[in-house]
Design a protein around this ligand. Structure first.
Ligand code: FAD
Ligand code: NAD
Length: 409
């Protein structure tokens, strides 16, 4: 009898944990496993704000997929998914063509959501993957490098606007606040000439944290020169700046800037919507065992899935934390799924959240109640980062690539 074919799409947190853990729960004769990813490397999306600001080399946030998966058990295809033919059990890849499956795990991750705001898609830079963050770093350096050689000085080219003060926006601001003084020294620019402005639509940044932690974050970032425009939304993005205003008011103002980085929200990968799945913001609302309703052989995990919180019936925020738990759960239950046996529902264990404010500083709340700020929160963030590497590739990977690393250069 032919072995069932398991096809995993995407080698982010969901795809990599699935590709490393499923072989541990299935014998070599139970199924063939294939992983598809558009690059030959896996990157940690949770670190992207650092190479974006230039505080970490992009290479530190990535690793070759073949160095982590067991290539005797998992066939890796470096290719881009263009369509999922869910009624034919096939996936279309850009170079390889059609690949068929018996069981599909969709883990294609997130992309920026620009909500149709005029000019944003065309003109703002985004924190989406390694290539997009390299562009941010280089763009900022380019603006600094050309300043002195301009015939007519346009001071605004040194200004940086960050649109959105959620987790990604704040973590990026934290890194940027540390990087700007270095850049100023490097390019002979007075720090006072550079404005870093965060525009956040809600009355406060990071509204999910308690007020005292938010106040701490604002104070720390303001001390390093970040300006906050809370209660203001970006209404339009232009070549040389953004138009902002209050949500319910016609009155607007322009902030001129040479760099505009959009961190105002994410959605599920467009491939899912393009393939005809029913989505909300690019995400499929999955069943309690993470399948697509009506398609028992398709599982969706990570940022392409809406997993409802049974207490509130609202979806959990999409995070690496929940994605890793989903992939671990799926790997443990895959044998039962292959045998057509019922599986227990997925239960999310919320361990807490930490938002970095730049090197050595952070705020967080762990195990539902313990608040952390400063160095203790920053240490916790590194522990969370390294715990993932330990889970993915054992002590060796953690020592080589981790934040508390001993072996990496
Ligand atoms: P991803 O990690 O996005 O991986 C998707 C993979 O699919 C990628 O390898 C991509 O190359 C590949 N892919 C995409 N399209 C295609 C295609 N068409 N064909 C083939 N391959 C494709 N969450 C936390 O829990 N804690 C944090 O501290 C945290 N920090 C974050 C910091 C930043 C700056 C950002 C942006 C996000 C952060 N998150 C954090 C959220 C977290 O990164 C995401 O929830 C997580 O990456 C989702 O994992 P995933 O496996 O679904 O997708
Ligand atoms: P988000 O949706 O959490 O935050 C986006 C922010 O942009 C919101 O505060 C929103 O009010 C604001 N916004 C939206 N439209 C705007 C506009 N027109 N003008 C100004 N502000 C606007 O998105 P994110 O920060 O990219 O995070 C995405 C996901 O990744 C979330 O689930 C988050 O929890 C997760 N994440 C977690 C961490 C962490 O745990 N440390 C870090 C980064 C991201």
């Amino acid at each position: 009898m032919n072995k069932p074919k398991i096809l995993i799409l995407g080698a982010g947190y969901g795809g990599m944990i699935s590709a490393t853990k499923i072989p541990k729960h299935l014998g070599a004769n139970d199924a063939s496993i294939t992983l598809v990813n558009k690059h030959n490397y896996h990157y940690q999306a949770t670190w992207l704000h650092e190479p974006a600001a230039g505080t970490l080399p992009a290479d530190r946030a990535r690793m070759l997929i073949k160095d982590v998966i067991d290539t005797n058990r998992v066939n890796f295809i470096e290719d881009t998914v263009t369509l999922i033919k869910k009624d034919e059990n096939k996936v279309v890849l850009e170079k390889t063509g059609e690949v068929d499956y018996d069981y599909l795990i969709v883990a294609l991750g997130f992309e920026s959501a620009t909500f149709g705001i005029k000019g944003l898609k065309e003109r703002a830079l985004t924190i989406e993957d390694l290539n997009s963050v390299r562009q941010i770093r280089e763009h900022i350096e380019y603006q600094f490098s050309r300043y002195h050689n301009m015939e007519t000085k346009e001071d605004h080219i040194l200004n940086i606007v960050v649109g959105g003060g959620g987790f990604t926006g704040v973590e990026f601001l934290g890194e940027l606040a540390n990087r700007i003084p270095e850049l100023c020294r490097e390019y002979d620019i007075d720090r006072q000439q550079v404005r870093v402005v965060n525009v956040e639509g809600s009355p406060t940044i990071l509204p999910m944290f308690d007020k005292d932690l938010v106040a701490y974050a604002i104070q720390r970032l303001e001390e390093k020169g970040v300006e906050f425009k809370c209660g203001h939304v970006i209404k339009e993005c232009q070549e040389d700046g953004v138009i902002i205003g209050r949500r319910d008011s016609e009155e607007t103002e322009k902030i001129k800037a040479g760099t505009i980085v959009w961190t105002g929200g994410v959605r599920g990968n467009h491939i899912v919507e393009d393939s005809g799945f029913e989505v909300v913001r690019g995400r499929v609302t999955v069943t309690e065992d993470l399948r697509v309703p009506g398609y028992d052989n398709i599982f969706i995990i990570g940022d392409c899935a809406n997993v409802p919180n049974p207490e509130t019936e609202r979806p959990y925020p999409t995070t690496a934390q929940i994605t890793i738990q989903e992939a671990t759960y799926l790997s443990k239950n895959i044998k039962k799924a292959l045998n057509g046996e019922p599986v227990e529902p997925f239960i999310f264990n919320d361990m807490g959240t930490v938002a970095s404010l730049g090197h050595g500083d952070a705020i967080g709340i762990i195990f539902g109640k313990t608040k952390l700020k400063g160095t203790s929160a920053a240490a916790m963030k590194k522990i969370i980062d390294d715990r993932y590497l330990l889970k993915l590739g054992g002590v060796g990977l953690m020592l080589k690539k981790g934040k508390l690393n001993l072996l990496s250069k």
